[in-house]
Ligand binder design. Structure first.
Ligand code: HEM
Length: 197
């Protein structure tokens, strides 16, 4: 390889660059609402998590996505969020409408984009876990869905991005991955505006 040839950034790196500002937006929207100062604030964050993970639950059960992303079913966090709501004596929020994804109606490139956002959010979870420990929440009470994977958040993320990068898509399908990631962040931001902001 001559020094002038530049390596095409990986799919995960392209998505990171594309969604950097949007991520900063949701991060600051959640933190500036002092969502972790007390259980009431955390409860509002948990409602956002519940509605977002309810939207994407069908993606984790989709055979075509499971074939591309080994261990996908085990990465689902909706049941943990439901257990956290019960720990805190909270009812699950009433959804405004049907979940965003339903079995049998999933566009693979779009689904990959949404899963990039959902799985990437585990990276921030490692930080949030420390915050909520200050209000008495833990991996076994109220913050189960923030608990790290056994291999640790970084290794768990690396195995996800390696599979995401290895997924073979037609060039014409690639833009829908990015659009999916953008739509996922927009959905999270809308839920934050509705339940936290
Ligand atoms: C208070 C809220 C949040 C904090 C403090 C936070 C923090 C972080 C941190 C420290 C990283 C690792 C950054 C890096 O390695 O460069 C990260 C990555 C990421 N976060 Fe967040 N995050 C928050 C909320 C969210 C939310 C709500 C979502 C979406 C649902 C999200 C999606 C992502 C994604 C997709 C990545 C991976 C970026 C990449 O390396 O490609 N984050 N976050």
């Amino acid at each position: 390889m001559t020094s002038t040839m530049t390596m095409e950034p990986s799919r995960a790196k392209r998505l990171k660059a594309q969604t950097h500002d949007t991520h900063a937006g949701v991060d600051s929207a959640i933190m500036s609402a002092a969502s972790f100062a007390d259980r009431a604030g955390y409860g509002r964050f948990l409602r956002v998590q519940y509605l977002f993970h309810r939207d994407i639950a069908a993606l984790y059960a989709e055979p075509a996505l499971q074939a591309l992303l080994p261990g996908l079913p085990e990465r689902q966090r909706l049941a943990l969020i439901e257990a956290d709501l019960i720990d805190l004596g909270m009812d699950a929020p009433r959804p405004e409408g049907p979940a965003r994804f339903a079995a049998g109606e999933i566009d693979l490139p779009t689904g990959l984009g949404w899963l990039y956002v959902a799985e990437g959010s585990n990276m921030g979870a490692a930080l949030l876990r420390k915050e909520v420990a200050k209000i008495g929440l833990s991996d076994t009470f109220g913050a189960r869905h923030l608990a790290p994977a056994p291999e640790g958040p970084a290794a768990h993320w690396r195995s996800f991005t390696a599979a995401l990068d290895a997924a073979e898509l037609d060039e014409s399908d690639e833009p829908r991955v990015g659009a999916g990631a953008g739509a996922a962040f927009a959905r999270v931001q809308a839920l934050i505006d509705g339940h936290i902001g």
